[in-house]
Design a binder for this molecule. Sequence first.
Ligand code: IPM
Ligand code: MG
Length: 376
Amino acid sequence: MAYKLVLLPGDGTGPEVMREAVKVLKAIEDSFGVSFDKVPFPAGGQYYLDTGAEWPDGCFESCKAADAILLGAVGLPEAVLPNGDLAGIGVLFGLRFGLDLYANVRPTKLYPNVRHKVHDTFKQVWEPGKVDFVIVRENTEGLYTPTRGYLDRGGVKELAIDSRVITRKGAERIIRFAFELAKTRKGAPADGKRRVTCVDKSNVTAGCKLFRRIYDEVSAGYPNIQKDYAYIDAFQQWLIRSPEAYDVAVTSNMFGDISTDLAAVLQGGMGMAAGGNIGDGHALFEPIHGSSPKHAGKDEVNPIAMVLATQMMLDWLGRRKQDRALREAANAVEAAVETVLKEGKRLTYDLGGNAKCSEVGTAIATAIPRAAKRVA
Ligand code: IPM
Ligand code: MG
């Protein structure tokens, strides 16, 4: 049986990194006896410029019917909707909200031979293995709730309001997701203790007070996982100072958006940062770097974030379908990425090399058969 995957390459460098993910999927098919029925759709800013719609008819329904969705990136600076929003974001939000993908799961892991990017001239102070945490970002409410608008009098915009909605349901399920995820991990690098950090601003906002109260309720059901609290402002500096103290952190939507870009600095930059948008019935996996139009068409960006998003997809699908081959395939993808990083001969510019995007993808795909033997 073939797993049905919808591929949304999107804009800018999205199609370039997606091509490398497809190479990796092919290598997985060859080594693990699984097969993927890959259904690509054009979607995003360029599609909007060409057609006046952000995505084709039937695309959402196909995503809904798929076993999983892979997204490259959407958005082009020149593709703007009449209301001023960037075209293509409607695709991302259409899927996040439309498929109720409430958990935005963003692992931050510093792999061997990758330098963090806290400062260009900074000496590498953390050994790999000391940065290995996951930020679990709520993905369907908070400041992203579409209850916003303008007070427009006589054609003049006088006031803008964004409401930040935190619900019991939304907080409870994301916090539970974070604790369940912690159960599957090995704890924080500093002390090997499983820990879920509640990141909020409960010294100020009502929503965060509710979020923290629900965290206390949910955490009571997980006596073997350490409770931990951080205000979002302090969390930003602790994350940079002592990343090894963190295992899983759970937070509301916008705080998660901001802190995951910061966290990517600890893992070698956005070229290494992957994420999953996961619900109870559907999931979409993506690199979190966006379409980076200035690099588009040059075959120069790092495909590893996209490959690691594919790895997350394989792991998620493997657990969901109880398919051991898929979970082993996920391990093999990570092992192949590690091999390429350790060899250090095929790295893109952001990691200090001069290899092309396609060369890195080929190197990873080529390393999969050997990695498959190791993880079997
Ligand atoms: C992300 C992005 C999106 C977000 C943008 C593109 C709307 O920054 O996935 O982190 O804000 O969620
Ligand atoms: Mg973001």
